[in-house]
Ligand binder design. Sequence first.
Ligand SMILES: O=C(O)CCC(=O)C(=O)O
Length: 286
Amino acid sequence: MQTKKLSPALGIEVSSIDVTQCTDEQFNSLREKWNEAGGLAVVRDQHLTPQSQTDFSRRFGPLFGEDDHFQDTVLPYLMPEYPTIYRVSNKKTDDGKALGRARAGSYWHSDVSFRDRPAMASLLYAIEIPGVGGDTQFASQIAAYNALSPAMQKMLAPLNAVHDFRVAARTSGSYSESDINSGDFDGTNRCLHPLVITHPDTGQSALFINPGFTSHIDGFESQESATLLGFLYKHIVQPEFIYRHPWQPNDLVIWDNRATMHYAIQDYNEDRYLHRSTVIAAKPSR
Ligand SMILES: O=C(O)CCC(=O)C(=O)O
């Protein structure tokens, strides 16, 4: 296994490994390097079936789509035979039905942060990629936290924020009415998380808010919340904290939603088709 740093803030490129064949020792080493790189790894040249992607992803922990843990906001886009695989795509079937969610994630977010147990790792495997465009940006929420003054860090430490799927569903422009299921707003997709969390593997602090799903800071008046979140949202997407990934077919990108946010850039018309499997985290804590 070879690794190369992708940006100062986060990310490693990993090559010379077949994730479907890796030993426990190789897997542990990959996971350690992933943590050291701020929770972002681009594993090149993988050849994954829905089954082998599911099997590999399960090595990180339990998956959405198994044992009744469904991510109900993406139900129509799960592979019928593999509910652990969520299709991210602008492609349509021959009879004109959406094959996956088009324009998925074209806003800064951390996957499933609106659940008590949000996403831990997301593993996105590129099958079809436009000739140009369709990059994904990743921002380190550890680097963003570390760049705040000690006084600001201290002020943020005891705060909690409400996360709600409604925020992206209503404001991002990514969802049409037909994308939204009746159960999406039934209360299971809304929860409270600490605004600063401690990464359970590395002990590092990270900001845990995102414009896609965070609705407000608990206990604040709405103007107070909007002003503080407005400052933080500007702070957390500074170029110094970002790696922009230009996809190649057969890339498997693994990100840690407890340490990063991401934004899928919608600047293409060609076909784009990817499979995402998503590991369930424990409830984040400070
Ligand atoms: O399409 C992408 O590059 C990322 C999609 C996304 O935001 C997600 O799967 O959460």
